[in-house]
Design a protein around this ligand. Structure first.
Ligand code: SAM
Length: 335
């Protein structure tokens, strides 16, 4: 068998040094663009154990992956999540442990997450109006989330970024309010264009679509934006802008209007152990099979990951009109 490489590189010479691990497909919210109201979740026996997720993290870091994002579903509703975070915080070779969360549990958990080594947080927030927030999330309590964001600010993370998905006619009147919210706290904000992942019936994705350039036009009259070259390497798909009178940065993630696949450095693992090579394609391999094979060891897991690089697609093609090509919801994929 060939020797294992020290780095993951795909057919298009893109180095993969970032993995997003979904620790659960369950969530205490049901955001209208992310999940159906009635969701069927993965049965427990098919869900990776925390030990299996740790083994995945070990395999990836030994293959030169320096950044892990824990996500879901809502990562902070997974039982004993802190025990995994604590172990990952001490994992040799891991430079950056980060998390995406809806913020509902942060009042309680922000401090331990920071203490165990989580460096940055992305927190989702689409509205600052309690009723609208409840409608968009179906279950969310805005006060609880804002208190969670403030607890995270107090806990001293290196960076906190709010993620917002803007839907025309729903929360596009709050774009400037969201910018003001992050300015008051000195944190960052990224607007994400809605992607056609999973079939939803709550709204028509084509009609509700708001492009990044429309959002910039809404912000500019209030807060002039200038392109921010800082941190280009770790910016990922977001294009960042700064404001002369604030440390907050405003980012735009534009999977439709500004394709960024040539810069892709990441892969995802679902909570069932499916290694997804691209958010917008179904190319994947089953790592749970390897994890649960009594004859397979860490080297076999690493070999499976290395071989999977050969099927990483060149790019995604999203189309909000008609049926989504990707039937899995974002909570399965791990956002
Ligand atoms: N529960 C956590 C949270 O709310 O941030 C983590 C998982 S959630 C799937 C991660 C991110 O994906 C959130 O910021 C959410 O807004 C975004 N998201 C979910 N579905 C999306 C879609 N169809 N298009 C664009 N972004 C989406």
């Amino acid at each position: 068998m060939n020797e294992l490489p020290a780095e993951l590189v795909d057919r298009f010479q893109r180095r993969v040094n970032y993995v997003r691990l979904s620790v659960t497909d369950r969530c205490d919210f049901r955001c209208v663009y992310c999940m159906a109201e009635d969701m069927t979740f993965v049965p427990k026996p098919q869900v990776l154990t925390l030990e299996e997720i740790y083994q995945l993290a070990q395999a990836f870091t030994e293959l030169g992956v320096g950044k892990i994002r824990l996500t879901g579903g809502e990562p902070l509703v997974r039982n004993n999540i802190l025990s995994l975070v604590e172990r990952l915080g001490a994992l040799p070779g891991l430079d950056e442990l980060v998390m995406t969360t809806n913020g509902s549990q942060l009042q309680r958990l922000a401090r331990p997450l920071r203490d165990y080594g989580v460096r940055r947080l992305n927190i989702s927030l689409d509205s600052l109006q309690a009723r609208k927030f409840r409608h968009l999330t179906r279950y969310g309590n805005l006060d609880q989330v804002i208190a969670g964001i403030d607890a995270a600010v107090d806990a001293g993370f290196e960076r906190i970024k709010i993620n917002a998905v803007i839907l025309k006619g729903r929360n596009d009147d709050e774009v400037v309010d969201l910018v003001n919210f992050v300015r008051e706290r000195g944190i960052d904000l990224a607007f994400i264009e809605e992607m056609p992942l999973g079939a939803i019936s709550e709204h028509d994705r084509e009609l509700s679509f708001c492009s990044s350039s429309e959002l910039r036009d809404l912000i500019e009259p209030h807060h002039p934006l200038s392109a921010d070259p800082r941190d280009e390497a770790s910016a990922g798909p977001a294009r960042y802008y700064s404001m002369a009178d604030s440390p907050s940065r405003i980012g735009f993630i534009s999977p439709h209007s500004d394709n960024f696949c040539h810069l892709c450095n990441r892969v995802r693992v679902t909570v069932e152990g499916r290694l997804l090579l691209c958010l917008g394609n179904e190319h994947s391999i089953d790592l749970r099979e390897v994890l649960r094979d009594p004859n397979a060891d860490l080297a076999a897991l690493k070999r499976a990951i290395v071989d999977a690089m050969d099927i990483k697609p060149e790019r995604h093609y999203f189309d909000n009109a008609g049926e989504p090509e990707i039937v899995r919801f974002m909570n399965m994929t791990g956002g």
